[in-house]
Design a protein around this ligand. Sequence first.
Ligand SMILES: [Zn+2]
Length: 373
Amino acid sequence: MRSAWLAGWWRRVLWMAVLSGVGWAAESPLNEKLPVRGFCIAAPSGNRLDEFLGFIEKELAPRSVNTLILRVDYGFQFVSRPEMADPDGLSRAQAQQITAACRRHGIRIIPLVNLLGHQSWQSRCGTLLRVHPEFDETPLVQFPEKYAWPNPEGLYCKSYCPRHPQVHGVVFPLVDEVCDAFESDAFHAGLDEVFYLGEAQCPRCRGRNKAELFADEVRAIRDHLHSSRRQLWLWGDRLLDGRLTGLGEWEASFNETAAAVDLIPKDVVICDWHYERADPTPVYFAMKGLDVVSCSWRTPDVAAAQVRDMVRFRETSTPQMRAHLKGVAQTIWSGAGGFLQQFQNRTNTNVTGAGRTESACFVRMFEAVAELR
Ligand SMILES: [Zn+2]
């Protein structure tokens, strides 16, 4: 009797070992095919934190998402600079809850604070320039009462002046505080859609080479992060020539920054966003020796194509190139609360993968990822 029980016990142990081996084996080829499977979203407000933690648990983890780019920006209860704290933003304790949830599921968390560009939105100044108006690259550009694009002054978002002698002394400690709160080993600096750079009205920047200005700022941020062994991630649009490629002035550059691709440090990660087509630009970044992740937004077919392309690029490349072609990420721009609501409604109506919505695109991208298993 005892020997029969023992034999049963050993069989159970054996099966557990086999099954856990199967799980590992299923994950391992996926990591080989697509090492980065990312999701990028604004940090939730404190009162939606539980809902967000549930989303990580029930939606991101089962879809094998392993990288969460969290757009914290200035929505954080900064302790080091209380005058820049957002009382409705996340606290350090709440950040730790998100970190713990991600850690349980093997998700690498990469907080994002917009540096250089995106320091205003329409007619509203962001926290940095509100508290430190002296950092404004274009102090002569006034916010219109009613914002419209295009406008005569080319105001999309304000930038800080990267050559202001005090600007890094203010923003880098904020970056450190956010990264420490999330215990992150990487930081996303934004750096997209920087339209105001090297402007004539800035006495420090006027007449300077814009690609060099951009690359100098990337290097300054990278060097700061390097001292705490953190990796810099950034959007790739300023590194692509918008005219040459036909990609335009949003997802690529019209303001002479594209040459910075040859000037920036090689140990950064480029988030290469294209929302209307699956442009083959990841290969360009990889050939420049830069790690790259393809990013999607709200077009499900584009997201699925980006997954297929990235896998194919990796399969057909040399080991040297393959090492740079990292994976994909779904980006969400509607705010965490709005997206969670949209996603919930999608589930209720049982619509999957259809229509141009962020939730449909997210679902489709990770269906395409699941097909790789
Ligand atoms: Zn300047």
